[in-house]
Design a protein around this ligand. Structure first.
Ligand code: 0O2
Length: 221
């Protein structure tokens, strides 16, 4: 009857949203293991902090509607890839690439797309390394392959992006041109700061194993 079919739809949707939370937790556990291993074996921690966010059911439905996605859970699963988001803030640019490599080299992690906004910043100055990875989650109903958006950035990139995000919302997206120009300028300052800190670190501790910028490109599937 109608109540029974509504109950089933609700259960399917709850399981669908839960799978993203579990996918996100799988990724954070992998990062936690890498962090701990680096710290214990190399006495070095490349990860400053990790944060997560799950899109609300309302904003998932809004985004799907805006994009004209087929109104089914499978349609949403294949088209909306940022329902689960993990942000990894690293100390240095080379660490961002190094942690990225260590994550995507794992056999159960499948890379769907990579956008390297560190090698090629957005026109507004935004820098970060983005990857959509697919991770298996084993539910009682069977395995699901969940896409998770992982953003790798430095503390300086994170500082800039957090403030830019606030300014963008303050102006409701219509940021005045002079503010846009100042933001672009401050993004260059942040990029220079990253370079200087990396040089300083290498001078004090000696250069680390090379992690060529753009190494991420090789992993694009
Ligand atoms: P939130 O609240 O952080 O999740 P998409 O529309 O996401 O499917 P797009 O635009 O190709 O497709 O995705 P992209 O470029 O990979 O970037 C998506 C996310 O990166 C954003 O998510 C932000 O988190 C971050 N981001 C991208 N560009 C900028 C920027 O110019 N400034 C800042 N501050 N962050 C940026 P959401 O969903 O917008 O926001």
């Amino acid at each position: 009857d109608v109540i029974e079919s509504f109950r089933r739809v609700r259960e399917d949707f709850t399981r669908f949203m839960l799978s993203y939370r579990f996918g996100m937790e799988e990724v954070t556990t992998k990062l936690e293991i890498l962090r701990e291993e680096f710290a214990q074996l190399h006495s070095y921690n490349p990860i400053e902090h990790v944060s997560t966010r799950l899109k609300s059911p309302e904003s998932v439905v809004d985004k799907a509607t805006r994009r004209g996605v087929e109104p089914s859970l499978d349609g949403i699963r294949s088209s909306i890839t940022d329902i689960a988001g993990v942000r990894v803030t690293c100390s240095f640019v080379s660490d961002a690439y190094r942690v990225f490599d260590a994550l995507v080299d794992q056999p159960d992690v499948v890379v769907r797309t990579v956008k390297d906004y560190i090698a090629e910043p957005k026109p507004n100055g935004y820098r970060s390394l983005h990857a959509i990875v697919e991770i298996p989650v084993f539910l009682s109903s069977g395995p699901v392959h969940v896409p998770v958006e992982v953003q790798f950035r430095t503390v300086a990139m994170d500082f800039w992006a957090t403030l830019e995000h606030k300014i963008f919302y303050k102006f409701d997206g219509a940021v005045p041109p002079e503010v846009v120009a100042q933001l672009r300028e401050s993004a260059s300052t942040a990029a220079r700061l990253d370079e200087e800190m990396e040089r300083l670190h290498d001078a004090v501790h000696g250069p680390r194993e090379p992690t060529a910028p753009g190494a991420a490109d090789a992993a694009v599937s």
